[in-house]
Design a protein around this ligand. Structure first.
Ligand code: COA
Ligand code: ZN
Length: 294
């Protein structure tokens, strides 16, 4: 399949972020056992990567305060990667104690978002990351880096593609295996995705890049198509479209995994993911939590 340029990849890696990005944005806290069952059901549905939880300050994200228990309790399937978010060395210590196989660092394309999210400048986040990456790599962990608000910031508005890509390049230079360029607030249009990728692919190969879209304005799948046009073969999504955006009350959350898998399947792109099983995992989460997972 081609659309406006390069051939689309024949196989895509779907990164499930529901248990982390989804649940951290839900108003109610899901019981630990329901989170564990959710992660296990998602891996059983064929997702090759299930971002499991976040070892951040429990004051910052109370919904994921049980990260240690969740990461320890999950039954890990061979061949599946279970990254966890880590903001600093303290987070890495917790993650290593819990026996994780992969971590994800996160910084931002804008100084205002960085301050609001992690109480530090972008440069300060890199200073925190340096020892984290060195130790993580020494322990054999796989490392992802996120560039939040790469297509628009709730505090400072439009983002210069060069600024977003500069942060992505620095994450790669630091030693991240993969860099996820994230539309945290669902602001991107396909043209803006193309503009960022045109710059990014001048510095990084397509196979080290991932795209992370929220469906706030209903454009997530169109943005995936823009990514496919540029040869990007890794996309984040959340079962049931979990994770309403805190900056857009009432708006849809992450791109839904079921919708992403169905879209890719219609275009003949393999994912290895059973969309019906993902939908059952989401229904199971809802059953285990009252009505938190709308
Ligand atoms: N795990 C658990 N607790 C942690 C921690 C970690 N990795 N890192 C710091 N803390 C605790 C400290 O012990 C301290 O607790 P106290 O208030 O009870 O004393 C508190 O968090 C503040 O610590 P400090 O080192 O001063 O950090 P900070 O206030 O500058 O916050 C972060 C920095 C990054 C730890 C915090 O802003 C954070 O966790 N943000 C997460 C944001 C997030 O997850 N956003 C969504 C993902 S994009
Ligand atoms: Zn997100």
């Amino acid at each position: 399949m081609t659309a406006g340029g390069a051939a689309w990849p024949r196989r895509v890696t779907v990164v499930e972020v529901g248990p982390r990005d989804g649940l951290q944005n839900e108003p109610e806290t899901v019981p630990t056992a329901a989170k564990v069952a959710f992660v296990e059901a998602l891996a059983a549905a064929g997702l090759p990567v299930v971002e499991t939880t976040s070892f951040v300050s429990p004051t910052a994200i109370p919904q994921l305060a049980d990260a240690d228990e969740v990461a320890r309790a999950i039954a890990r399937r061979p061949g599946v990667r279970y990254p966890v978010l880590v903001p600093n060395e303290r987070g890495l210590d917790r993650a290593l104690t819990a026996g994780v196989d992969a971590i994800a660092l996160f910084t931002a394309a804008t100084e205002t978002f960085s301050q609001a999210n992690v109480r530090g400048t972008i440069a300060e986040t890199f200073a925190r990351f340096r020892p984290v990456v060195a130790r993580a790599r020494a322990e054999g962990l796989w490392v992802r880096g996120y560039v939040s608000v790469a297509f628009g910031c709730p505090y400072s508005g439009p983002v210069d593609p060069a600024a977003a890509v500069d942060v992505a390049r620095r994450l790669a230079d630091l030693g991240c295996d993969e860099v996820a360029i994230a539309d945290t607030i669902g602001a991107a249009s396909p043209d803006e995705v193309a503009a960022v990728l045109d710059v990014a692919l001048g510095h990084l190969p397509a196979d080290r890049l991932a795209l992370h879209f929220h469906d706030t304005r209903g454009r997530a799948l169109a943005n995936v198509a823009a990514g496919l046009n540029h040869g990007i073969a890794t996309y984040d999504s959340a079962a049931g479209g979990l994770g309403g955006c805190p900056f857009a009350p009432g708006a849809p959350g992450n791109l839904g995994t079921e919708a992403l898998v169905a879209f890719l399947g219609r275009h003949g792109i393999e994912t290895g993911v059973d969309g019906a099983a993902v939908a059952r995992a989401f229904t199971g989460l809802r059953a285990g939590t009252g009505d938190v997972a709308r």
